[in-house]
Design a protein around this ligand. Structure first.
Ligand code: XMP
Length: 513
């Protein structure tokens, strides 16, 4: 069945994939195309509408990106966002100039007033905050357009020609900072473009499987499966698409949480593919013995991981494709260029050069995390894998402070399992972005029964966050903390004191190392 399609025409803005994601969220199939795509090709896709994205340029500059003006004669509605709005205004006879300081240059959160008789704002409040980021001003609005929203500084925050279905907004409805932004996009899709909402994650699954089959043909595919959400969903999708042509190598470095390795194995054993679990605990612990410096731990684990994976790959022989569970936020992060390295995350960015393969497959490359989870559910993966909180590649090695031993890791595993059990029992798991226990390197004196103890201090960490770049410490109720503390000290030998980490990020990071 052919789906209705929305085309997001890309002018180089930073939120373009986010726009696409919002459209998908509204149940409409969507593709992002470069603004240079020939008009004939765009026409052939029979879109129900276009969204023109923002972009870093000013429309009045000589080399600024443009579109063939015939696009406005296609009889298809257009929503222009920021640069896209100004581009449309200029193409249809308006005039755009650099804003003067005191007129309409706006950045950040801006109180905005809407004309709710305009289809774009139908059913929404008459005012609210929008997220602005524009230095240009529409001095003259094109003929046929009316003003549909304004702010204190700017009379034409939104413009509309409802007869032709052309709308332009100077703010970013796709970002969360814009109140009701998603509802505005939904209005454009349903009220203006007549969308029927004929697209679901099930359709995405089918489209993705067909695309993988076409790309891979009869080729062999190799995937490093970590058991995290992304690689698990990637494995399931590939298994569904190419079955036995897929080999998944799960390097069990012995730094996973309690029972995690067995859970991963149990989840993937039934799938029609080759699943190899490599028990490499002894190798990793040997390499890490006596190492206390966090970055050094990460480096050793990263290198050892590659070595183990390489050995397994050699046994398989030549593979045609190397699969990676890269998701869209990884694409942005690894493209960040010269941003300072705070912690070297070994499992994002960069193509491995150590395995012979012809091509890379990254079937999740355009999805956001919650879409990946949704796809995992669609594929029938168990909830404990799909809903799993982020877990660092170096695992518990960076949650045992200082030098590592198997005993310390086992102690941490037992304590961490109790912590997670009680958070789940209290129903707090969904609100908290990430929570885990850290075995500190500090020992202190306590009394246990009639005797003196001299045991480790365990730290509990829990944060609320949406992007993991910033985070706040979670306000777990004291009663729950009390229960967790009592259980851990009673049930886990070697720990006699529990502390709760009440620092946000920044200035702290989420992990301790
Ligand atoms: P920080 O500690 O930098 O963590 O605030 C932010 C997020 O990244 C995870 N993290 C890692 N993930 N390899 C990873 O794959 C790593 O080396 C690593 N270090 C931190 C951390 O768990 C949190 O979700």
């Amino acid at each position: 069945m052919k789906h209705q399609m929305m085309i997001v025409l890309d002018f180089g803005g930073q939120y373009n994939q986010l726009i696409a994601r919002r459209v998908r969220e509204c149940g409409v199939y969507c593709e992002v195309k470069p603004y240079t795509t020939p008009l004939e090709d765009l026409r052939a896709m029979e879109p129900i509408g276009f969204i023109f994205t923002g972009g870093p340029n000013s429309v009045y500059l000589e080399d600024a990106p443009h579109v063939d003006p015939a696009i406005f004669q296609m009889g298809v509605p257009v929503l222009g966002i920021c640069y896209g709005c100004q581009l449309m205004a200029q193409a249809l006879g308006g005039r755009v100039t650099a804003a003067q300081e005191d007129t309409a240059r706006e950045y950040g959160k801006t109180e905005t007033f809407f004309d709710t008789s305009c289809k774009l704002f139908k059913g929404l409040p008459e005012h609210g905050v929008t997220w602005m980021s524009h230095g240009d001003y529409m001095e003259k609005v094109p003929d046929g357009f009316g003003l549909a929203a304004h702010s204190k500084a700017c009379p034409n925050v939104a413009i509309a020609d409802e007869n032709r279905g052309f709308y332009g907004v100077q703010y970013h409805p796709e970002v969360n900072h814009t109140e009701n932004g998603l509802a505005m996009i939904r209005n454009f899709l349903y009220e203006v473009c007549g969308a029927s909402g004929d697209w679901t994650m099930g359709d995405y699954k089918r489209t993705a499987i067909a695309a993988i089959r076409e790309k891979v043909g009869n080729g062999k595919v190799l995937l490093a499966l970590s058991g995290g959400v992304d690689s698990s969903v990637c494995a399931a999708l590939l298994a569904e698409a190419v079955g036995e042509q897929l080999t998944c190598v799960f390097v069990d470095h012995g730094l996973m949480r309690k029972n995690e390795g067995d859970e991963v194995e149990a989840a993937f054993k039934p799938w029609a593919m080759h699943f190899i679990r490599v028990d490499a605990e002894a190798r990793f612990l040997d390499k890490l013995s006596g190492v206390t410096e966090p970055e050094r731990k990460r480096k050793i684990i990263g290198e050892e991981f590659i070595r183990v994976f390489e050995e397994e790959a050699k046994k398989i022989g030549t593979v045609d494709f190397l699969a990676q569970g890269t998701i869209y936020p990884d694409v942005i992060e690894s493209g960040a260029g010269d941003a300072a390295v705070i912690k070297s995350h070994h499992n994002v960015g960069g193509l491995p050069e150590y395995v012979d393969f012809k091509e890379i497959v990254e079937p999740l490359r355009l999805l956001f995390k919650d879409e990946v989870r949704q796809l995992g559910r669609e594929l029938g993966l168990p909830e404990y894998l799909v809903a799993r909180q982020p877990f660092p590649g170096p695992g518990l090695a960076i949650r045992v402070i200082g030098d590592l031993t198997k005993d310390k890791l086992d102690t941490l595993r037992d304590a961490d399992a109790i912590y997670r059990e009680e958070i789940a029992a209290a129903g707090l798991g969904i609100q908290i972005g990430q929570y885990f226990a850290v075995l500190t390197n500090t020992r202190s004196v306590g009394v246990m029964g009639d005797g003196r103890s001299y045991d480790y201090t365990l730290a509990l960490r829990a944060v609320t966050t949406t992007d993991f770049m910033t985070a706040d410490w979670a306000r777990i109720p004291f009663e729950t903390l009390d229960l967790i503390s009592t259980r851990i000290v009673n049930e886990v030998p070697g720990i006699n004191r529990i502390v709760y980490d009440i620092t946000s990020k920044p200035p702290a990071t989420i992990e301790w190392e």
